[in-house]
Design a protein around this ligand. Structure first.
Ligand SMILES: NC(=O)c1ccc[n+]([C@@H]2O[C@H](COP(=O)([O-])OP(=O)(O)OC[C@H]3O[C@@H](n4cnc5c(N)ncnc54)[C@H](OP(=O)(O)O)[C@@H]3O)[C@@H](O)[C@H]2O)c1
Length: 417
């Protein structure tokens, strides 16, 4: 399989000059009022659990060994001592449940969490969750000198921090501050879900091939968080998308319409993708191939992924970033030899580690588009986490996210903690 190592990040994705221009125009537009369904989801005041000595009381979903979430997760209570130096005490506001979080608990994700006794247990435990937004409750002088202050919102710099918890102790090196401008008009859920799915879509659309306006991208898992982000960013950048969803008994047409409403040009099921006549249909959508399909984004694998690759124009790029079907990716040799299709992998965690400044800029750009009403929220299932919420309820909610055909991504939304 041909592969390409990720090149050093350019200042912007590899969009054509005309697309770049339209992006600049977008940036200059006046701000639009928010039109999101949960735009009012703002953080709740903290229910103070601070001892006389300034210790913060915290709860976290933790595990001491790998396994299925329902078998290994438990709710652990501990206290956090007052911060000094570059330490800060965080209170989480919103933390999503992503497929990678589940894989990490199962022990099959390459990024391993830190198992530690620092939370007051005899045996080492790890806190689950990789993404989220938190506010700074208290901080040491060195952290203040680095430009942080009480009330700032921060997101995680990389994976493995442990975000399914009410509070945490972090160093300034663990987090990225969302400046006042970046945060303005943004809900906790939007901030807490911006750094993985939208960033992944953003980089994959821009970093592998320079696309001209009017050219096509094809993707599977189109109703996932990444897929929905890709649809919207592609639309913003003047690209057209063919979107593959899994065939389903119920609400297939409603889902297709929903994706069209956020900017998809074509939505088909994986069964339709593999049916006879798909090449003719693709030729019709792309004006007989004059508007080539030059990029494929794959998070599914198996036969539907191979079928997707067959629709690519010669010399195109096929980026794999997930493996939801747990099937291998099979590539006919002819695609490499005669069509010169370039196959790549993408992992946003590694990309962010290599390009921390670019990650910050990407996040800020997506938040900017969100603020302008040009990047809409994916559907969410909010899971309320109050101080009194029982561990079983939270673990049950995590278990629920393992099922397919869901209405939205599960997000812990922290209330009065
Ligand atoms: N490489 C990276 O840097 C990176 C970053 C972010 C995400 N990802 C990966 O991208 C994928 C999507 O993540 P997400 O957070 O966007 O997902 P999500 O919003 O939680 O949605 C899950 C998606 O997976 C689909 N799905 C579930 N089970 C499936 C199966 N057995 N076969 C095919 N599709 C299935 C769902 O389709 P239905 O509605 O039909 O169930 C849905 O589209 C995951 O594999 C994730 O690990 C990778």
């Amino acid at each position: 399989m041909a592969s390409k190592t990720l090149s050093p990040a350019p200042l912007r994705p590899l969009l054509s000059q005309s697309s770049q221009k339209s992006l600049q125009c977008l940036r200059k537009r006046p701000l639009q009022p928010l039109s999101h369904s949960n735009a009012n989801t703002q953080p709740q005041p903290q229910r103070r659990h601070i001892s006389a000595y300034g210790y913060e009381q915290a709860k976290a979903l933790t595990f001491s060994q790998y396994g299925e979430p329902s078998g290994v997760l438990s709710l652990h209570s501990h206290s956090i001592s007052p911060p000094h130096g570059n330490l800060m005490t965080l209170r989480f506001l919103a933390s999503p449940i992503n497929p990678a979080d589940i894989n990490q608990i199962q022990g099959v994700y390459p990024s391993k969490p830190t198992f530690t006794t620092a939370l007051g247990t005899a045996d080492p435990i790890a806190v689950a969750g990789n993404e989220g937004v938190a506010e700074i409750l208290a901080l040491g002088d060195a952290a203040k000198n680095e430009g942080f202050k009480r009330g700032d919102w921060v997101i995680m710099k990389g994976p493995g921090f442990g975000t399914w918890r009410t509070h945490a102790s972090a160093t300034s090196k663990d987090v990225i501050k969302l400046g006042d401008d970046a945060r303005r008009g943004i809900t906790a859920i939007q901030a807490g879900t911006v750094s993985i799915n939208p960033c992944t879509a953003y980089r994959m659309l821009g970093d592998f091939v320079k696309l001209e306006e009017g050219e096509w991208v094809i993707q599977n898992g189109a109703n996932s968080g990444v897929g929905r982000a890709a649809i919207q960013l592609a639309k913003t950048w003047g690209l057209k998308t063919i979107n593959v969803i899994r065939a389903r008994e119920d609400d297939k047409d409603a889902l297709k319409q929903n994706l069209i409403d956020i900017g998809a040009d074509v939505v088909i099921t994986d069964a339709e993708l593999q049916s006879q006549g798909i090449k003719d249909m693709a030729a019709e959508w792309t004006s007989g191939g004059r508007e080539p399909i030059r990029l494929a984004l794959n998070c599914v694998n198996g036969k539907p992924a191979t079928a997707m690759a067959k629709l690519l124009a010669p010399h195109s790029h096929f980026v794999t970033y997930g493996a939801m079907s747990k099937q291998p990716l099979t590539i006919p040799a002819s695609m490499l030899i005669f069509k010169d299709i370039h196959f790549h992998g993408f992992w946003v965690s590694k990309w962010a580690e290599w390009h921390p400044e670019e990650k910050k800029r990407t996040v800020e750009h997506v938040l900017d588009l969100t603020r302008r009403g040009e990047f809409r929220d994916m559907p969410f299932e909010e899971i309320a986490w109050e101080w009194e919420t029982k561990g079983e309820e939270l673990i049950q909610a995590v278990k629920g996210t393992l099922e397919g055909y869901r209405k939205g991504k599960g997000v812990f939304v922290f209330g009065k903690t």
